[in-house]
Design a protein around this ligand. Structure first.
Ligand code: NAP
Length: 422
């Protein structure tokens, strides 16, 4: 096993404590032979014999009695190099690493295929909630048309708190850090990068074509304010960080951004650190996976299941089926081509004719208004807050209209522009 932090300690605990049950299920013993760490003297949340620790990766791949390498160290490098070296040495690999799988999945699949070994990565998306294996196996007869997901527990916790407690972003981030839900450096979570890695993995498996993390449009939650949650609530919505991908006419669109979600939608009800992934397919229709997206024991459930699957193959001398075939090449659409409804919050001068000018700037870009709210007259600046909900429009025209509105000279600032989930 490479790494023994939050996830590795859970895996070690499960392997030792469920040893008899694993032997029964696999038909062979699973022995944890060596654990790679940086600091061999550090105390761990699950105690194992100090003789299991090494700080030398070569010691692991040089051993003939190591069949499976479990990578739970995280980060892109040297995890990628260790995974590739393990595969090349004929070891099967189980990994929880979303960054490596999102950036280098196809290269890893190719090497595993060449060496006739398996690479399984259930824990890389949604921790303890199964979704990778269902996409690779149970839904394989389907064409996946769309994926809509909440796959970052940290931001879902933060947005749930902002929605229910009416607190601002900075306060809720501090609270999440104190509770251990957010890292001291929260960038990957709050900027949507972590969710983009996971969406790239799900989209690649669902659409059977490589969708890289760079193909995913990514906007985080840092621009959301308590006001946006109040207005969303008034309009019948909540705000979630959604990861959405769809395939139409051979083109894929993949995006992570905050979105207004109607309160009666299933995803609107996914609160706290939980994850949910809705997959729409041609044969099954819509399927929802819902559960814990992180944590030591839930994540170890996914990893140990992958170990059991490979172990059964080894014990049964069965052929290693090649579960990931990326046959299609696919064009990735720009976010500018997105068509959806939009929420705009503006600070406008409280004067006659201002609303008409904003309305015409939108109309000139083929955007029609479905409703608006005017609130919060500020006597000092002579401005009022306007919230506009549009009908369906293209992202390109909304971006141009926002610029045109700013040029009118009657708007002090655009408070926010949030896409509406359809
Ligand atoms: N935490 C979760 O709930 C969760 C859920 C799903 C997936 N994941 C994924 O699981 C992986 C591990 O996450 P984690 O939270 O368990 O991380 P973590 O607590 O930071 O643990 C990382 C472990 O890897 C070891 N390590 C890191 N770099 C190393 C290097 N260059 N050489 C040797 N050892 C090294 C560390 O050794 P030392 O202890 O000696 O420093 C540590 O034991 C990541 O890919 C993460 O994205 C995590």
């Amino acid at each position: 096993m490479l790494g023994m932090g939050v996830v590795g300690s859970g895996v070690a605990e499960a392997l030792f404590q469920k040893s008899d049950s694993l032997t029964n299920q696999i038909g062979a013993n699973v022995d944890l032979k060596l654990i790679l760490v940086r600091d061999k003297s550090k105390s761990r949340s699950f105690d194992v014999s100090p003789s299991l620790f090494t700080d030398n990766f070569d010691e692991i791949i040089e051993r003939d009695d190591v069949d499976i390498v479990v990578e739970v160290m995280g980060g892109e490098h040297p995890a990628l190099e260790f995974i590739l070296a393990a595969l090349k040495a004929g070891k099967h690999v189980v990994t929880a690493n979303k960054e490596v799988m999102a950036k280098h999945g196809p290269e890893i699949f190719d090497i595993a295929r060449e060496r006739d070994v398996r690479v399984l990565f259930e824990a890389s998306v949604a921790g303890g909630t199964p979704v990778v294996s269902p996409l690779m196996r149970d839904l394989v007869a389907n064409e996946v048309n769309g994926i809509k997901a909440i796959i970052n527990g940290t931001t879902n916790y933060m947005l749930t708190r902002m929605s229910t407690e009416n607190i601002d972003y900075e306060t809720v981030l501090k609270e999440a850090q104190e509770l251990g839900y957010a890292e001291p450096d929260p960038t990957n979570d709050v900027e949507g990068i972590d969710a983009a890695y996971k969406l790239a993995i799900l989209s690649t498996l669902g659409f059977r074509a490589q969708v890289k993390d760079d193909d995913v449009f990514c906007e985080g939650i840092t621009g959301l304010s308590a006001k946006d949650f109040q207005y969303a609530d008034e309009l019948g919505y909540t705000i979630k960080l959604l990861a959405v991908s769809s395939r139409t006419n051979g083109e894929v669109q993949a995006r992570v951004h905050p979105a207004l979600v109607e309160k009666d939608q299933m995803l609107a009800k996914v609160d706290g650190v939980l994850n949910a992934i809705e997959i729409e397919t041609d044969l099954t229709g819509r399927v929802l996976f819902h559960g814990p997206g992180a944590g030591s024991m839930p994540t170890s459930s996914a990893i140990v299941a992958d170990i059991i699957n490979i172990g059964r193959n080894i014990a049964g001398n069965a052929a290693f089926l090649d579960p990931v075939r990326l046959s299609e090449t696919i064009k990735v659409q720009s976010i500018s081509d997105l068509q959806t409804k939009y929420y705009l919050r503006l600070e406008a001068k409280d004067e006659p004719g201002v609303l008409a000018q904003i309305g015409s700037a939108l109309a000139e870009n083929n955007i029609s208004i479905s409703s608006f709210i005017q609130k919060g007259f500020d006597p000092k600046h002579g401005t009022a807050e306007l919230v506009i909900m549009t009908h369906r429009a293209t992202e390109r025209s909304v971006q141009i209209a926002v610029k045109d509105i700013m040029d009118l000279g009657v708007v002090a600032g655009i408070g926010n522009m949030i896409r509406v989930a359809e």
